[in-house]
Write a protein that binds this ligand. Structure first.
Ligand SMILES: *[C@@H]1O[C@H](CO)[C@@H](O)[C@H](O)[C@H]1NC(C)=O
Length: 304
């Protein structure tokens, strides 16, 4: 009898395990080009946005231009209506040098797998470098019990193109402040840094501490194209990881741009209605799951 059910049970367990092993934790960053009132009223665009957000456990949206403060709640309620899993979001205040042009950072996250354990808006006049950014970082600490790393901090940044080099260098100081403030090394910096083509000259890279510090890993391959237009190929959007521990918790070679035009079978114009950028993303290893998989394999060998 035992000889009969044992292989069946084991293969069922193994199948369940493989299913769970495949479910790694995805972090994304997306410049949602001028996301506000008019986009939130476009059903076709919203459909794509819902699909983009719900692929990710956490996604940073940038260029949120929602002066009426209705577009983000609308996106959230549409996500929660259409998706099996529930989401929530935290957003920064409206940021910008002029009243006429303001943007918000917003982090959408899957409430079943991640929660917010801290947030901090960097002020305009940080000691050391007054008014370095057009949009000061809104840093958020997340707890994700299913990941190997458990807790991590995200530093978002959408640089202004003309000051991209200076702003990227100033992000290095922000990183040092966050390390001290929350006593952690598990920090990821992400967003549209404008870190390529005309906005970051090759000769200036050696002046950017965010690039030269060997403890920081720039995850996306240099030849990544994060722009929708076929006529451009630039790696503007980036994911940078601080410290050995977080870098080891990343699934190797998983960082990439998500070409939603191809995936959703859109024309270039239809894709541009959503954004002129692709989202970028990276996978984190799932912790307890890989452990239970290893245990199961040991059990399998032991029993057979
Ligand atoms: C670039 O930086 C300078 C100096 O901090 C600032 O005065 C200017 O407004 C910035 N430009 C933009 C587009 O943010």
């Amino acid at each position: 009898m035992a000889a009969l059910w044992r292989p069946l049970l084991l293969s069922a367990l193994l199948a369940a395990c493989e299913l769970r092993c495949a479910a790694a934790f995805r972090i994304c960053a997306f410049n949602a080009h001028h996301f506000g009132d008019s986009k939130s009223k476009d059903g076709v665009v919203m459909k794509s946005l819902v699909k983009i957000v719900t692929r990710c456990d956490v996604i940073l949206l940038q260029e949120v231009r929602d002066s009426k403060q209705k577009a983000l709640p609308k996106l959230l309620s549409q996500i929660n209506r259409e998706s099996r899993e529930q989401y929530d979001y935290v957003a920064s205040e409206r940021l910008g040098r002029s009243e006429a042009y303001q943007e918000q950072y917003a982090f959408f996250y899957r409430t079943g797998s991640v929660s917010v354990t801290g947030k901090y808006q960097f002020p305009d006049d940080r000691p050391g470098d007054r008014d370095a950014f057009a949009r000061e970082p809104f840093v958020v600490r997340f707890r994700a019990p299913k990941t190997e790393i458990q807790e991590f901090v995200l530093i978002p940044q959408h640089t202004s193109p003309t000051n991209a080099t200076k702003e990227m260098d100033a992000l290095y100081d922000v990183l040092q402040d966050v390390r001290k403030m929350w006593k952690t090394e598990n920090i990821m910096l992400l967003g549209d840094f404008n870190a390529d083509c005309g906005y970051l000259a090759k000769k200036n890279r050696k002046k950017v501490r965010l690039i030269t510090d060997p403890d920081l890993k720039w995850l996306l391959p240099e030849d990544t194209d994060t722009t929708v237009r076929a006529s451009t190929s630039c790696a503007y959007d980036r994911i940078v990881v601080n410290g050995r521990k977080l870098s080891d918790a990343v699934v190797p070679s998983s960082a990439r741009a998500f070409n939603f035009q191809e995936e959703f079978r859109l024309t270039e114009d239809e894709a541009l209605d959503v954004s002129d950028h692709y989202p970028v993303e990276v996978l984190l290893r799932s912790g307890a799951v890989s452990l239970s998989c290893s245990l199961l394999l040991v059990l399998l060998v032991f029993l057979s």
